[in-house]
Design a binder for this molecule. Sequence first.
Ligand code: SF4
Length: 200
Amino acid sequence: MAKKPSLRALREEVQGCRRCDLWKPATQAVFGEGLKRSRIMLVGEQPGDREDVAGKPFVGPAGRELDRGLEEAGIDRREAYVTNVVKHFKFEERGRRRIHQTPKRFEVEACRPWLDAELDVVEPEALVLLGATAAKALLGSSFRVTQHRGELLDSELAPLVSATIHPSAILRAPDDASRQAERTAFARDLAAVASVLARA
Ligand code: SF4
């Protein structure tokens, strides 16, 4: 059996990826972050503006919401592997601002081998898909996060698979009350995974 590459080698290799055009305007590819022995892997859509500059996933405002949800669920982020289905930031420029654009299906598919490689190396016990792009990429285009969030799903990707909203959805809530409700529901979804992991 071929030796698995290290996460470090993959992180270096992804910088040279040209499988789609998203690398052209982006600063760099943003590979996943976390330990190889992580029991839980969280997968979002793509790096955002801050992540593109920092070269690390979930370090901007959505990352702060993720940290908050993880903390409330009793999950130590340092013990989790955090990544995205697409490794380059897709955006359009409006003046000096770079506005997020949802990656197309062919871009998600082009990037899939990188996520598969991360799954192969980390082999997480629990896989949590954050938002529709990640969930559809891994569970099929008919999957609806709104209908199945927080459920334990039947999938060969990992022993325990679940999907919830992307933490950026919390930021888009129209007012404080709905933002708080989204935060509570997000933390509850993560806590459901944490409690199964704790019993495993
Ligand atoms: S987005 Fe993914 S597939 Fe496209 S160039 Fe970047 S790493 Fe490669």
